[in-house]
Design a binder for this molecule. Structure first.
Ligand code: NAD
Ligand code: UD1
Length: 342
């Protein structure tokens, strides 16, 4: 049976908002819940500008069990949930571990308990390649074992996957897919939505675009002494719109199955790119010479990780289509438009 009404937690955030645009464009009804701790209500208007539709919105903190239960008493008609809401700063999680465990793990528990009242049996979870830690072999497949994650953030992703496994096992008809994202980059083509980190960016792409636009003096490249072709670390960068489409495919997959679903799926391009590859692509598409300096390695960084993404292709009929230049071009377009027009 086709799914129609989707609850999206964290839907005003970076990946959530791009996914909501794809869901609305594919004809789904969307209800967002978000506590706006790392996003803004104005995102709803931006989504409207792109899609001509306004998703339902409830400001709600998933840590608050009573509010979550009240929400599910009032709203009963969801066919599926996509759960993006989480805190995501790897570095911050090291210094504030309890905040991360409470937000990401307790938030999931409350959501599962609350939604269980309403028999919502289809659940997509935002996991991360961070669950693999520092793998011995790349590319990683879904059979690659969990590795040691130096950050509490990574530990929350491993724990949440385990909770979903146990929950799925305990029920005869609970369907869950954990999408293990690699490194999302870029923005919607319109430049109306994109990644807007609060404060100083931790991630590479927003740091590059903020340097190019003059907000940061230079980009620090964290290490050029890795055992990689150009000495900088390797990641699997994926366009956020490709990632958004993977969520729609996951929801479609639920509708096509008759048996129970419990899957983990890598969502990447299958191609490893270095920090210098990103810089060179950015310089090519923007025509700007980026000011950067080589600095020491960042603590906790993995040398090289990229996906074997064949399971996504076989199971979901999804594969990344956009190139690295598409990612850097759209990120730059978004940064310029945002700084000019807000
Ligand atoms: P984001 O911070 O832009 O979006 C997360 C949203 O969740 C925000 O709008 C925030 O306000 C909301 N939120 C956080 N805690 C909440 C709570 N307790 N109750 C209600 N709302 C809450 O992050 P994003 O980059 O869009 O990431 C989305 C998901 O994908 C997260 O689970 C993240 O861990 C995961 N992920 C992100 C990346 C990445 O590099 N961006 C990579 C792998 C996995
Ligand atoms: C990490 C996690 C990812 C998590 C994400 C959230 C791994 C393998 N990945 O991504 O699962 O969801 O954090 O934030 O643990 N870099 C610089 N200079 C900068 C910023 C980054 O050189 O100013 C380099 C980093 O050293 C890294 C690459 O750019 O090699 C990408 O870094 P970043 O964008 O922070 O993502 P990850 O650390 O890979």
């Amino acid at each position: 049976m086709a799914l129609k009404n989707i609850l999206v937690t964290g839907g005003t955030g970076y990946i959530g908002s791009h996914t909501v645009v794809e869901l609305l464009g594919s004809g789904y009804n969307v209800h967002i819940i978000d506590n706006l701790s790392n996003s803004d209500r104005s995102m709803l208007e931006r989504i409207h500008q792109i899609t001509n539709k306004i998703p339902y919105f409830t400001q709600l903190d998933l840590r608050n069990k009573i509010d979550v239960f009240k929400f599910f008493e009032k709203h009963t008609k969801f066919d599926g949930i996509i759960h993006f809401a989480a805190l995501k700063s790897v570095g911050e999680s090291v210094f504030q571990p309890l905040k991360y465990y409470e937000n990401n793990v307790v938030g999931l528990l409350n959501l599962l308990e609350g939604s269980s009242q309403n028999n919502i049996n289809n659940f997509v979870f935002s996991s991360s390649c961070t669950v693999y830690g520092s793998p011995d072999l790349v590319p990683v497949t879904e059979h690659t074992k969990f590795g040691h994650t130096p950050s509490p953030y990574g530990a929350t992703k491993q724990m949440c996957e385990r909770i979903l496994d146990d929950y799925s096992y305990s029920s005869s008809d609970y369907n869950t897919i954990s999408l293990r994202y690699f490194n999302p980059l870029g923005a919607h083509d319109s430049g109306i939505i994109g990644e807007l980190p609060s404060g100083i960016p931790n991630n590479l792409m927003p740091y590059i675009t903020q340097t190019a636009i003059g907000i940061r003096p230079y980009l620090a490249v964290f290490g050029n002494d890795y055992s990689t072709p150009d000495g900088t670390a390797i990641r699997d960068y994926i366009h956020v719109m490709d990632l958004a489409k993977a969520h729609v495919k996951a929801v479609e997959y639920f509708a096509l199955q008759t048996g129970k679903v419990n899957e983990k799926i890598n969502i990447g391009t299958g191609k490893g790119k270095s920090v210098f590859d990103i810089i060179h692509s950015f310089e090519k598409v923007s025509g700007i010479k980026l000011n950067y300096k080589i600095e020491g390695r960042r603590e906790g960084d993995v040398e090289s990780i990229y996906a074997n993404a064949t399971k996504a292709e076989n199971l979901l009929n999804w594969k990344a289509e956009l190139s690295l230049d598409d990612m850097t071009r759209s990120a730059w377009n978004w940064e310029q438009k945002y700084r000019k027009e807000g």
